[in-house]
Design a protein around this ligand. Structure first.
Ligand code: NAI
Length: 702
């Protein structure tokens, strides 16, 4: 059997190379191979020291996640790393590329770490509901200090080689071409005694830290990941390092790690991870190479257009932006410059790069002739079919053959927009989310005649922009907004029936949502909801219960955050909003007028209603083929709607609580409102068959 770990003595140094494509993951065979190599080194008279490195562009990409959820097989990584650390002959880690998770921990166990300039280290376990489980929480604080360790572990961020050097995580940074020889030289010097042997990181004294830093970090992660447990466990483990020696600290870490491995949160986060990856697999474009593209055009430089242009520019694509008038074009340029300033402030871009982008990569114009060379044109003008069809008629006349003609419409029918052109096969929906240079979701709305080449290009563009593209068919609101309309309605009903908007928001943020529905209304603008109700009014089914309470806010000019008042009051005293007693009084009146006797709701009832509405509509979207997989719907809600990632998305959540239980809720609620709470046939079928949404997706794959 070939082993993924090779052992070769070069000039008296054993070079131990991990070659387990694609990312050198630490599978059982790699762990065994490493353990064997370390034992061989001990017994090998021809080698005085060792170097561990990775084949290819990555050092080690982390654990083998296909082994998650299965019984761990020996040798266990912590033991392998202890063996490296306890090796009598010194061992250097030559970090040839990313050292992620367990890969970083292997490096931490070595006596020396030499990084190539392009290497990166990170401990991103918390993003999968886990924490470093092979010494990372014990060795990193001993090497880099508690504060840096807490930051790196709880943010899961990538640390560049240069920063790792300044934090003491690596001992030297060298050009990639010199890496192996530098590592060999340095470890040889230690073995020969010309340089004293560095103390193994696991055996260094316990790091000292003020208790306040742990509390401050806990507070931060609680605010960012409400209800999520792995971040807190990781902080506890780092705190252990300040009190425990290696043996005790590693045992405590391992226990915490294995406990997390059993949590539903870990399962949900892994589901989210795979769901996002799977989203890009679309059968029409399997094996299709997207036609190349070099330039983009954006039409409309308002909220969305400026954000989309920023996203493209940040990805290195030149952008030509068209506005109606010079003044609007200038305004758009200023917005983009501000967005780029933000990127500079976050360290994503240098000031020179920003200047170069603004002077060379961004062009603004007021005539469409500027777009004749663009390969992908994204329209983001007012949400009006008339305005948009005008734009597309013009585009049809001027765009070069084969250009992708995309609309960012939120609700309008992409088929109808395509129909005004002589090339409907080139028309597609690219539904970005606000702020478009920040939000990860991109719904790729495929119209009846859209050619696969453009779908392939759209998914490629999503990837290039660092976004998650999700296939959507055509319906009112596509996947995300269509679901939102329903759970929004459910929360309006709950409000009219007796819960305050504040109770509802609190219940849902407690559930883990980034914001409650009324906070979202205030952020998006009460006028947006108003316009959407107006738009739907003519086609609204007569059976649908209508709640017009927010129309009253609209007429008073209480448009939300932008006017300082909506469901909440926003001022210097409460920039994030505070409850408004007048809203409660108005609500009381509105209920009276509607003849409703208000009743009280528990937080759990509020959450169950909201989730039942969301899941029910999701089942319809799936059954109609608007979404191709349950996991795609999860991805939409996770990446675009603030759904708590550690719950895996609405349909993973439905599987967790049981589809039958969701259906029970819906059936019970239908006693009050049989129209709104009519169960989706798919939900009924799955419940009857005892199947899950995951089963459904697995069937699709089969
Ligand atoms: P906005 O009102 O901020 O911007 C629209 C811009 O288009 C204005 O600057 C206007 O001057 C320009 N414009 C209008 N007609 C034009 C024409 N014929 N040629 C060139 N420029 C023209 O609107 P916003 O919010 O940016 O929305 C744009 C589109 O994006 C709409 O279809 C909207 O439904 C959609 N959308 C909006 C989201 C949001 O959160 N605001 C989210 C996702 C999609």
């Amino acid at each position: 059997m070939t082993t993924p770990v090779s052992y070769e003595v070069q000039d008296g140094i054993a070079v131990i190379t991990i070659a387990n494509p694609p990312v050198n993951a630490l599978s059982q065979a790699v762990r065994a191979g490493l353990q064997e190599a370390v034992a061989r080194l001990a017994a090998d008279d021809s080698a005085i020291a060792g170097v561990i490195t990775g084949a290819g562009r990555i050092f080690v990409g982390g654990a083998d996640i296909t082994e998650f959820g299965k019984t761990p097989q020996p040798p266990y990584l912590p033991d392998v790393i202890n063996a490296i650390e306890d090796s009598a002959k010194p061992i250097a880690a030559a970090l040839n590329g990313a050292a992620i998770g367990g890969g970083c921990e292997v490096g931490l166990g070595a006596h020396l770490r030499i990084a190539s300039e392009t290497a990166r280290v990170s401990l991103p376990e918390v993003t999968l509901g886990l924490m470093p489980g092979a010494g990372g929480t014990q060795r990193l604080p001993r090497l880099a200090g508690v504060e840096a360790a807490l930051d790196i572990i709880t943010t899961a961020r990538q640390v560049s080689a240069a920063e790792a050097l300044s934090l003491g995580i690596v001992d030297a940074v060298v050009p990639a071409a010199d890496l192996l020889s530098a590592a060999k030289d340095k470890v040889r010097a230690v073995a020969e005694g010309s340089v004293s042997r560095p103390e193994a990181s696991g055996l260094r004294p316990r790091p000292v830290a003020d208790a306040a830093i742990f509390e401050a970090t806990r507070k931060k992660v609680r605010a960012r990941n409400r209800g999520e447990v792995s971040h807190l466990a990781a902080i506890d483990a780092v705190e252990d390092a300040t009190r425990m020696d290696r043996t005790e600290g590693l045992a405590a870490e391992r226990k915490r790690f294995l406990d997390l491995m059993q949590t539903p949160q870990r399962a949900a986060l892994i589901h989210a991870f795979f769901a996002e990856r799977k989203a890009a697999q679309v059968k029409e474009i399997a094996g299709l190479t997207p036609p190349p593209y070099a330039s983009t055009g954006v039409i409309g430089g308002g909220t969305m257009g400026a954000g989309i242009a920023t996203a493209a520019l940040l990805a290195g694509l030149p952008v030509t932006l068209i506005e109606r008038e010079e003044a609007f074009a200038e305004k758009a340029r200023a917005t983009i410059a501000r967005n780029l300033d933000g990127a500079v402030a976050r360290g994503k871009l240098s000031a020179e790069q920003r200047d170069e982008i603004l002077s060379l990569k961004l062009k603004t114009a007021t005539t469409y002739e500027a777009l004749t060379e663009a390969d992908i044109i994204i329209e983001a003008v007012f949400e009006s079919l008339e305005v948009k069809t005008d734009v597309f008629r013009t585009l049809d006349a001027i765009a070069k053959p084969g250009a992708t003609l995309a609309t960012n419409t939120s609700y309008l029918d992409v088929n109808a927009i395509a129909a005004v052109t002589s090339r409907p096969e080139d028309v597609i929906g690219l539904h970005f989310f606000s702020p478009a240079h920040v939000m990860r979701l991109l719904e790729i709305v495929v119209a009846e005649k859209t050619a696969p080449a453009h779908v392939a290009r759209a998914f490629d563009l999503a990837r290039k922009l660092g976004k998650t593209g999700v296939y959507s068919g055509i319906c009112d609101g596509f996947i995300g907004n269509r679901l939102m309309m329903q759970y929004r309605l459910a929360s309006d009903y709950t409000m009219m029936d007796g819960a305050s908007p504040y109770e509802i928001d609190a219940a849902l943020t407690d559930f883990g949502f980034a914001m409650g529905p009324f906070q979202v209304s205030d952020l998006a603008g009460i006028d947006i909801g108003y316009a959407s109700r107006q738009r739907r009014a003519p086609t609204r089914p007569p059976e649908e219960r209508v709640v017009t309470f927010a129309d009253g806010l609209y007429h008073r000019g209480w448009l939300g955050q932008k006017t300082g008042r909506g469901f909440y009051i926003y001022d210097d005293q409460s920039p994030k909003g505070r409850p408004d007693p007048e809203i409660l009084a108005l609500l009381e009146e509105a209920r009276k007028e509607a003849g409703i006797t208000p009743r009280s709701f528990t937080a759990e009832e509020i959450q169950r209603r909201y989730m039942a509405a969301m899941i029910n509509e999701a089942a319809r979207v799936l059954e109609e083929g608007i979404a191709r997989r349950a996991s795609d719907i999860d991805t939409v809600l996770l990446t675009g709607y603030g759904f708590p990632r550690w719950r895996g998305g609405p349909l993973h959540y439905a599987d967790t609580v049981g589809i039958a239980s969701v259906l029970d809720d819906i059936n019970r609620l239908s006693a009050d409102d049989a129209y709104f709470w009519r169960p989706a046939p798919l939900l009924v079928r799955l419940a009857a068959e005892g199947k899950t949404f995951a089963d459904l997706d697995a069937g699709e794959a089969a």
